[in-house]
Write a protein that binds this ligand. Structure first.
Ligand code: TXA
Ligand code: MG
Length: 313
């Protein structure tokens, strides 16, 4: 693996290269917002459809103001309370200020200020960076450098920031019909916004026959090669692999992978993609997934990721 220093990372980005960069959520594939051919390279490295836009990462809220976002209720409140952190805001923008490729031609753009100290320092040196999650399109995201090495090869340059503490992508909010809505669940649970918005934002999933608010929702996601079967009951004689939780009973002869304790969803979140990747590394072809758990708080995001990972279309 090619570990690079902060100085090298900044130099490579300014010269139009694509590198791996840590964030508190998941690792990103980073390019300068102003290096068009590097943005092209991100799409080809990830095999990402060109109509799926990228998130623009900034060093501060003040930097967002330079993009002249339209005034929206609670925009400043959200930014001031959740940035730096795992919140992405999709905002209407002046299209002249943001290269069309980054926003896939949409009249909006997605912004976030990540909280990983190394990434913030990098962003202060480089200016705005686009960063999709550092994984092949459709596959589980990367939460440690070895995951990038697996997806992009031994020589891919990576700024090593250790393990991602959150382990799930940022929550994406979009202001629609006078309310903020969640268009992608993430590391911030919907309940966490209520003290600031005075309501719990609704979670918008793709509506049949309509263009999705979040283009990423059109595509398969987070899925290992293994076939995942979501289960509430288990055949006691099952001898294959089970993805489950601590302090629960599973078939005695199964090969159990424990995601963590349901009372500590943060730990489950931090482990999730490593376990999904582990299935492929060990060439496990099928696993049963315990889906019998509540969907409050962060568990809602975890459940959504497991359901998507099990979806084969
Ligand atoms: O935590 C994260 O958000 C990570 C780290 C690296 O920051 N990044 C990330 O990027 O998850 P990506 O590209 O894997 O997911 C971005 C999602 C996609 O589903 C995309 O469709 C959506 O954000 N998105 C980006 N721009 C958008 C826009 N203008 N309108 C609606 N959705 C947008
Ligand atoms: Mg992604």
């Amino acid at each position: 693996m090619t570990h690079i220093s902060l100085e090298q990372a900044s130099h490579l980005l300014k010269h139009g290269d694509v590198i791996g960069v840590p964030t508190e959520t998941v690792y990103g594939l980073a390019a300068s917002l102003y290096q068009e051919q590097a943005i092209d390279q991100i799409f080809s490295l990830k095999k990402r459809p060109l109509d799926n836009p990228l998130i623009i990462h900034l060093a501060s809220y003040d930097e967002l103001l330079s993009f002249k976002p339209e005034p929206i209720p609670f925009l400043e409140t959200l930014a001031k309370n959740f940035w730096p952190g795992p919140l992405t805001l999709v905002l209407p923008i002046d299209p002249h200020l943001i290269p069309s490729k980054a926003r896939a031609g949409l009249p909006t753009a997605a912004f976030r200020v990540p909280s990983h100290p190394l990434t913030l320092e990098l962003l202060r040196k480089t200016g705005p960076l686009v960063m999709p999650s550092a994984n092949l399109s459709g596959k589980p995201s990367s939460t440690q450098p070895s995951h990038l090495e697996h997806d992009f090869g031994d020589h891919f340059p990576i700024l090593d920031g250790g393990l991602c503490v959150k382990g799930l992508e940022s929550t994406i909010l979009y202001y629609n019909q006078e309310q903020w809505e969640i268009i992608r669940q993430g590391a911030l649970a919907k309940e966490q916004f209520a003290p600031y918005l005075n309501y719990v934002p609704v979670i918008k999933s793709k509506e049949h026959g309509k263009a999705p608010l979040c283009p990423g929702q059109m595509y398969r996601h987070y899925a290992p090669r293994a076939k995942l079967l979501l289960k509430k009951d288990f055949d006691p004689n099952y001898e294959g692999c089970v993805l489950g939780f601590s302090n629960r009973n599973y078939p005695k002869l199964s090969h159990l992978l424990v995601l963590g304790d349901l009372a500590e969803p943060e730990t489950i979140a931090a482990n999730l993609y490593t376990f999904l990747r582990h299935l492929d590394e060990k060439k496990i072809s099928e696993a049963l997934v315990d889906i019998d758990f509540p969907s409050d708080g962060l568990l809602s995001t975890i459940k959504e990721r497991l359901i998507k990972a099990a979806c084969k279309d």
